[in-house]
Design a protein around this ligand. Structure first.
Ligand SMILES: NC(=O)c1ccc[n+]([C@@H]2O[C@H](COP(=O)([O-])OP(=O)(O)OC[C@H]3O[C@@H](n4cnc5c(N)ncnc54)[C@H](OP(=O)(O)O)[C@@H]3O)[C@@H](O)[C@H]2O)c1
Length: 297
């Protein structure tokens, strides 16, 4: 059996087309959804991520602005900027690009964002609301994973979902989303980490296996049950002399071997990656609908 490939690029495009209609509806009422991104310093990965989000905004008709503070900006300056943006009605969504320079307490900065504008969903209020099943926003990457599953015909309801990884941005919120007694969720969720004894024994129990470990090809074919659905969140650079850049991207799963065994699998790149930016756009539009009293869904 060769697995169905879960094409994130295609699904993300489908969601963006749906979003365009919502953006148009807002614009007709005089509301231009606005997203502001705050970057501190010139970390190349952050520069590139922010550029990607800005481009996606532009393509959808979302107004976006990037504010750049110098690498040596003081924590108080960053906090003051966030406060200013909280009050700025042009921006329905605020995103602080992580990581921040080491002298700045990221938690303090994230906690300063107005929760209704926290389109990343990292504010403790949003984390708590997610856990009790009343979210303002779903965090982008986990929401992207849920949408990949649903839109490929793999409803997690009643399934055993095993998540490898318990980070605050992927594993934990994904657990919180999929365990809810709700449509599109309602799964039995197991979360694994480096303290898990016999990881393979647990992953082999998964109907849906989600790898979010940051460990190249850590999930091998023998760790996957026949017919399982596998979502690979990992993005890892490995050396590749045949590439101009000298590296290539691989996920946390051994894609080539697993695709001969699984029912479906998401590739890297082209799987979860394109979904993350798209779900940020979804949250921004939702924030604009909420804040302007035009929420329709
Ligand atoms: N495509 C996207 O949009 C997107 C977005 C976010 C992240 N990512 C990628 O997803 C991956 C995970 O990101 P993250 O931020 O969640 O990473 P992270 O903060 O480093 O967390 C990794 C988690 O995986 C667990 N883990 C690592 N190696 C393991 C092993 N061998 N066995 C069992 N558990 C293991 C760790 O366990 P402990 O807690 O015990 O240390 C930790 O909970 C990375 O490759 C990242 O680049 C992609």
């Amino acid at each position: 059996m060769t697995a169905k490939i879960i094409e994130g690029t295609k699904i993300a495009e489908e969601i963006r087309e749906e979003l365009k209609v919502r953006v148009e509806r807002l614009r007709e009422k005089g509301v231009i959804p606005g997203l502001v991104m705050l970057r501190v310093g010139e970390d190349p990965a952050s520069v590139s991520y922010v550029r990607g989000k800005s481009k996606a905004s532009e393509e959808l008709g979302i107004y976006s602005e990037t504010i750049v503070l110098p690498e040596d900006a003081k924590e108080e300056e960053v906090l003051a900027k966030v406060e200013e943006l909280n009050r700025d009605p042009r921006f329905h969504g605020i995103l602080v690009q992580l990581p921040l320079p080491k002298h700045i307490d990221s938690d303090k900065v994230l906690n300063a964002i107005e929760p209704r504008k926290d389109v990343d969903g990292f504010h403790p209020v949003n984390v708590g609301r997610l856990l009790i099943g009343e979210p303002y926003f779903l965090p982008c990457t986990p929401h992207g994973v849920q949408q990949l599953l649903l839109r490929s015909g793999y409803d997690p309801g009643g399934k055993h979902v095993v998540i490898c990884g318990r980070s605050n941005i992927v594993g934990k919120p994904l657990m919180a989303i999929l365990m809810q007694k709700k449509k599109g969720a309602n799964a039995t969720v197991t979360v694994c980490h480096t303290g898990t004894r016999d990881l393979a024994a647990v992953t082999r129990e998964a109907d849906i296996l989600i790898a979010a470990m940051g460990s190249p090809k850590a999930i091998t074919a023998d760790m996957v049950k026949d017919g399982a659905v596998v979502i690979d969140v990992g993005v890892n650079r490995i050396p590749d002399a045949t590439k101009k850049s000298g590296y290539r991207l691989v996920g946390d799963t051994d894609f080539d071997a697993i695709k001969e065994k699984a029912e479906a699998i998401s590739p890297v790149p082209g799987g979860v990656g394109p979904m993350t930016v798209t779900m940020l756009m979804v949250n921004t539009v939702r924030a604009a609908e909420e804040q302007s009293g035009l929420k329709t869904n």
